[in-house]
Design a binder for this molecule. Structure first.
Ligand code: IPD
Ligand code: CA
Length: 271
C-alpha cells in the first residue's frame, strides 16, 4: 500500500493546482451556475471546473483509486484508496468574494463512508488566504511547516465555538435551538462559512470547538483528520461517527461538554 506521506504529497500537489485555478476564476468574476438542494445551495462553474481538474489529475496519477466528490459524484475503485473531494468548500463565500473558501482533498481507506472509512491523508488549501493545512495519519497536522495542536480551554464560558447552518430553511429552527444550548459554553460564536476551514482552525487552536448538523462527507474528510492529528477529538455524539446528524470537533474535554450541552444538559457554567 502507498504510504500516507506519498498520498499527502499528491494531495498537496493537486490541491495547490486546484486552488490556484479557483482563485484565478474568482478574480475573473463568478456567476452562480445552478441551485442544488435549496435556493441557498449554489454551485458555480468554477466548482465544477475545479472538481474536474482534481478528478482528472487523480485518474492520471492513480487510476485504480475510487472517487467521491461534491459536484461529480462517486466512483468505486479497485484499490484500497478513495479520494474524497470538495473542490470549493465555502461556495457562498466564494460567490460573494469573501476569501474564506478552500479546496479540500482527503485519501481514505475502507468502505468509502464516514462511518467506516479511515482518513489517511488530508489537505485543506485556502488559496485566497494563502494557507495550506495538511495531515497524514500518524504524522501530525501542519499549517505550512508549523506543527498544529488543538487548544486546551479551561472550561466555563470560555470557548470560541464555530458552527454552521444547512441550506434547508426547515432545519434552521432546530439549528438555532442547538446553538442556544451550546451558547453557555461560549466566549463567542463564529459562522465563517466553510466547514473544512472551521475544522482546520480547530486543529490550529484558532477555534476551541466546532459543531454542525447536516455536513456531507466531503465537508469533513480532510478537516477531521487534521483535528485528530492535532490531538483533538472528532466525531458524532455518543461515540457515533461524524454524520449529517451531528459532527463535533474540539479537545477531548470540550468535546464532551459540547456533547452534553447538545443533548440538553445545562452546563455548570450556565447555572
Ligand atoms: C458548506 C460549507 C458551510 C457549511 C455547509 C456546507 P459548500 O459547503 O462548508 O460552512 O455550513 O454545511 O455544505 O456548499 O460551500 O461546499
Ligand atoms: Ca463543502
Amino acid at each position: 500500500m502507498t504510504s500516507a506521506s506519498d498520498l499527502l504529497a499528491l494531495a498537496v500537489d493537486i490541491a495547490c493546482e486546484a486552488g490556484e485555478l479557483a482563485h484565478r476564476r474568482r478574480s475573473e468574476g463568478v456567476a452562480i451556475a445552478a441551485t442544488k438542494s435549496a435556493l441557498a445551495d449554489i454551485v458555480t462553474e468554477a466548482d465544477r471546473e475545479v472538481e474536474l481538474l482534481i478528478r482528472h489529475r487523480l485518474q492520471e496519477e492513480r487510476p485504480d483509486d475510487g472517487f467521491l466528490g461534491e459536484e461529480s459524484g462517486a466512483e468505486r475503485g479497485t484499490s484500497e484508496i478513495t479520494w474524497v473531494v470538495d473542490p470549493i468548500d465555502g461556495t457562498v463565500n466564494y460567490a460573494y468574494g469573501i476569501p474564506n473558501y478552500a479546496v479540500s482533498i482527503a485519501a481514505v481507506t475502507g468502505d468509502p463512508h464516514p462511518a467506516t472509512w479511515t482518513a489517511v491523508a488530508g489537505v485543506v488549501f485556502a488559496p485566497a488566504l494563502g494557507e495550506l493545512f495538511t495531515a497524514a495519519r500518524g504524522g501530525g497536522a501542519h499549517l505550512g511547516h508549523q506543527v498544529l495542536a488543538v487548544s486546551q480551554p479551561h472550561g466555563g464560558a470560555g470557548a470560541l465555538v464555530a458552527t454552521g447552518f444547512g441550506y434547508d430553511p426547515e432545519t434552521h429552527a432546530g439549528d438555532l435551538a442547538r446553538l442556544a444550548r451550546v451558547m453557555p459554553l461560549a466566549r463567542d460564536i463564529r459562522r465563517m462559512g466553510a466547514a473544512s476551514v472551521d475544522l482546520s482552525y480547530v486543529a490550529a487552536g484558532r477555534l476551541d470547538a466546532y459543531f454542525e448538523r447536516g455536513l456531507h462527507p466531503w465537508d469533513h474528510a480532510a478537516g477531521g483528520l487534521l483535528v485528530e492529528e492535532a490531538g483533538g477529538r472528532f466525531g458524532g455524539p455518543d461515540g457515533a461517527a461524524p454524520s449529517a446528524t451531528m459532527t463535533i470537533a474540539a479537545s477531548p474535554d470540550l468535546f464532551a461538554a459540547i456533547e452534553r450541552a447538545l443533548a440538553g444538559d445545562v452546563p455548570a457554567s450556565a447555572e
